[in-house]
Design a protein around this ligand. Structure first.
Ligand code: IPM
Ligand code: MG
Length: 402
């Protein structure tokens, strides 16, 4: 009996020691990369696997298209990074093989396709998710996920904490003897503070007067309790911005409440709640295939779809019908992040015109809709259209007037 308890205690001790070291790292203040000061901005592209390979190629086409002049002028450089496939990760038995990680670190920003995450009992070794590992290795602490539906007055930006919560120790749980399994969830003062501050700064810089923190602090008292307390403390530094707290269960209901949902604007939450809530939000926008995300750290940033690699679509022979909009949206966020908001805006307006206003083509994930390739050409057609902005503005005005 005491042997199994001691073995579990030892594992817990390792985790505590690592987390204490992490806190010390976070205490050292560092500045965010200043892209304007770089001679060349290096953009890494990893395709991932499953539908990832296909939809990332489409997104890269759009991204290269809008950044062409900057690439020609030598201001931006693209670099392909192979080796993030499940086959290679399984062969190396690593969430991110070392040589791949070294290549990622040489880039300033990364456009990353979905990667397959092994699950207990499937054909792959049960290695950690490449996403979760990349977020941790590059300290990409803020997962920013916008969802916008002008017709419904919905303008949501989710700030999902990305380096803590139930996620980051999700591969570090312990089986204690034959009958007990225990997982760990960690929230730190510094980790909660940096994501809450980013959400408040975003609200302040974009004219929002409300931030909503989402927890389950009435039940999960210690970790969520800390997250909630930190949010309230940070709020004091932002006069004029109100903080309200909602529990994750009622929050999932409120996103469906037509009378109330458009009141929410900026939301901040621990990792797992952000994972769940953003899939729900994206579904309201048109499906998870329509939503992109920015994973932002001080030194690096990575842009990706909010969903996984959909191996089922591949085995059912439907991969070419996968929606590339999630990755195209991610590439728009990348443009904005590195200091090219006009290029980002063009992509976003084209995506909205195609997906929410004009709707000349439909992606259904199967042969009842168009292929990702066809849809990408549709989006590119709008990106290049000189009437893009005026058409988009007219559509938005129509919605506002309605
Ligand atoms: C997401 C995805 C990933 C996650 C998966 C694919 C590992 O669901 O980015 O939300 O759970 O974080
Ligand atoms: Mg998710």
């Amino acid at each position: 009996m005491s042997d199994i308890v001691n073995a579990a205690k030892e594992k817990f001790e390792v985790i505590l020691t690592e987390q204490l070291a992490r806190v010390e790292e976070m205490k050292k203040s560092a500045n965010f990369t200043d892209y304007a000061s770089l001679d060349v901005i290096k953009v890494g592209v990893c395709f991932g696997d499953g539908i990832g390979e296909i939809i990332s190629k489409h997104a890269e086409t759009v991204l290269r298209h809008v950044l062409k002049d900057l690439v020609d002028a030598g201001k931006i450089e693209f670099k392909h990074i192979d080796g993030l496939t499940i086959e290679n990760r399984a062969a190396k038995n690593a969430a991110i093989p070392e040589d791949v990680l070294a290549e990622l670190k040489e880039c300033h920003v990364i456009l990353k396709g979905p990667t397959t995450t092994p699950q207990k009992g499937d054909e792959w070794p049960n290695i950690e998710s490449a996403n979760v590992a990349m977020r941790r290795y590059l300290d990409l602490f803020a997962n920013v996920r916008p969802v916008k539906i002008p017709q419904l007055g919905i303008d949501w930006t989710f700030f999902r904490e990305n380096t803590e919560g139930a996620y980051v120790l999700g591969s570090r749980g312990v089986d204690v003897g034959d009958d007990i399994s225990i997982d760990f969830k960690v929230i730190t003062e510094q980790g909660a503070e940096r994501i809450c501050r980013m959400a408040f700064d975003y609200a302040k810089n974009n004219g929002y007067d409300r931030v909503t923190v989402v927890t389950k602090s009435n039940v999960v008292k210690t970790t969520d309790g800390r997250f909630s307390q930190v949010a309230h403390r940070v709020a004091k530094d932002y006069p004029g911005i109100n903080l309200d707290e909602w529990y994750i269960d009622i929050m999932t209901a409120k996103l469906l409440d037509e009378a109330r949902r458009s009141d929410f604007k900026v939301m901040v939450m621990p990792n797992l709640y952000g994972d769940i809530l953003t899939d729900e939000a994206a579904q309201i926008q048109g499906g998870v295939g329509t939503a992109g995300s920015a994973n932002i750290g001080k030194k690096w940033a990575m842009f990706e779809a909010i969903h996984g690699s959909a191996p089922r679509m591949v085995t059912e022979g439907r991969a070419q019908f996968a929606d590339p909009c999630s990755m195209i949206k991610a590439s728009a966020m990348l443009c904005r992040h590195i200091g090219y908001p006009e290029q980002g805006e063009k992509i976003e307006m084209a995506l909205e015109l195609c997906g929410q206003f004009e709707k000349k083509m439909k992606i259904t994930g199967r042969d009842t809709g168009v292929t990702g390739e066809e849809y990408t050409q549709y989006v590119l057609g709008w990106v290049d259209n000189p009437d893009l902005k005026s058409t988009w503005e007219a559509e938005v005005d129509k919605v506002k007037g309605a």
